[in-house]
Design a protein around this ligand. Structure first.
Ligand code: NAP
Length: 281
């Protein structure tokens, strides 16, 4: 079984991006800039943002974090986004989720200029992705896609089963694999026989949020299994896939932690650079 090393793949991607930033700097005499807005003092969000800033600096991006207290008015945040939209030194804008209840998440997402939407959540980018046009792609599914392509460069005709249909993970993952000519089944909490669906799959992507949902006898021999889940349990962090059982059958499997997670941040940097490149055309 191939243990898909997300840390290594992310380090390789960051090294490529660092080179790209150096080239862009010599060509345009400026570097891509990422601005993250962090609202409130949720510890996980603070850790995510710190890691994003550290990685952005590592590849040579200009990075900035704008912090607001939990009590910030929605209007203040929307005005700041508009200011960043017209700031030429800002290539990508990310508002760290979740937001306090009094701030409308959809309004925030739709205020970000789609050409600076490094999370790929703006409806314009969602539409472009599903129409097969160039767009920012949500970072986690993009990371999963790159990991799958490392194992199997030609995905044409493969049967993929996506477990979970969130806008963040399942739906964009479906679009990415459709574009590669996979036959894609998207499953969810109302799917009648999830095990039977998974048993058909050459590729399984599990993005559910239920610890170890996907069991060893759900997985066809030689399937590629990507585990997006991050679940805190009494035994530590586990994924949505039962690692020990599935590793006996699968051709390749991502561990949790150390699989999809590290690729998510690397893909945020990639999206920032791609937004910059599109803005220079
Ligand atoms: P989400 O928005 O809660 O969506 C979960 C999806 O799973 C929903 O579509 C839901 O179906 C489906 N589901 C729930 N129970 C199911 C069941 N028994 N069988 C089949 N499908 C079921 O979750 P998310 O934001 O996509 O996140 C999923 C997991 O990924 C979480 O553990 C999260 O922490 C993790 N995550 C990891 C990263 C990373 O970088 N590695 C990034 C983001 C998220 P319905 O639509 O029918 O409700």
């Amino acid at each position: 079984m191939i243990l898909i090393d997300g840390k290594k793949a992310a380090a390789e991607l960051r090294a490529e991006l660092k080179e790209e930033v150096t080239e862009l700097k010599s060509k345009h005499n400026k570097v891509p800039g990422l601005t993250v807005i962090l609202i409130g003092d949720l510890t996980p969000s603070q850790i995510y943002v710190r890691n994003k800033e550290k990685s952005a600096n590592e590849v040579g991006l200009k990075s900035e974090v704008i912090k607001y207290p939990d009590s910030v008015e929605e209007k203040t945040v929307l005005e700041k986004i508009q200011e960043l939209n017209s700031d030429e030194t800002v290539s990508g804008i990310l508002v760290q989720l979740p937001l306090p209840k009094h701030i409308d998440k959809q309004k925030v997402i739709e205020t970000i200029d789609p050409s600076k939407d490094v999370d790929g959540f703006h409806p314009m980018n969602v539409g472009n992705l599903s129409s097969g046009y160039e767009s920012s792609i949500p970072c986690t599914p993009l990371g999963c896609y790159l990991l799958i392509k490392k194992i199997e460069p030609n995905l044409s005709g493969k049967k993929a089963v996506i477990v979970g249909r969130s806008n963040l993970n399942g739906k964009p993952m479906t679009q990415l694999l459709l574009k590669e000519n996979c036959t894609v089944t998207i499953t969810h909490s109302k799917t009648k026989d999830l095990k039977a669906e998974c048993l058909e799959a050459d590729i399984i992507v599990a993005a559910v949020g239920i610890p170890e949902l996907v069991r060893g006898d759900w997985v066809k021999k030689d399937a590629i299994v990507i585990d997006v889940g991050i679940n805190k349990t009494d035994n530590g962090i586990v994924g949505d896939v039962h690692f020990d059982e599935v590793s006996k059958n699968a051709k390749a499997l991502t561990p949790v932690p150390g699989g999809v997670g590290p690729m998510t941040i690397a893909c945020l940097l990639k999206n920032t650079i791609d937004c910059f490149k599109r803005s220079q055309i």
